[in-house]
Write a protein that binds this ligand. Structure first.
Ligand SMILES: [Zn+2]
Length: 65
């Protein structure tokens, strides 16, 4: 019976890599970090937009009418 060497997969491209590694190459690591950065930016924009809308609603409630 052939033993399958212990391995994991690259987070970015799914290629088989040695256990303990996360990426098969620097390029994949960079691509992954870029994806996380973009997601964080999107969350931040959503957060700021939500606060802006709440503030607008609050202000129009105080001064409007
Ligand atoms: Zn990869």
């Amino acid at each position: 019976m052939a033993e399958v060497p212990q391995h994991t997969h690259c987070i970015t491209c799914g290629r088989a890599i040695p256990l303990g590694e996360k990426f098969c190459s620097d390029e994949c690591e960079r691509a992954h970090k870029e994806t996380i950065r973009k997601k964080k930016n999107q969350l931040l924009i959503l957060y700021v937009a939500a606060i802006g809308i709440m503030l607008l609603a609050l202000l129009s409630g105080m001064f409007g009418g």
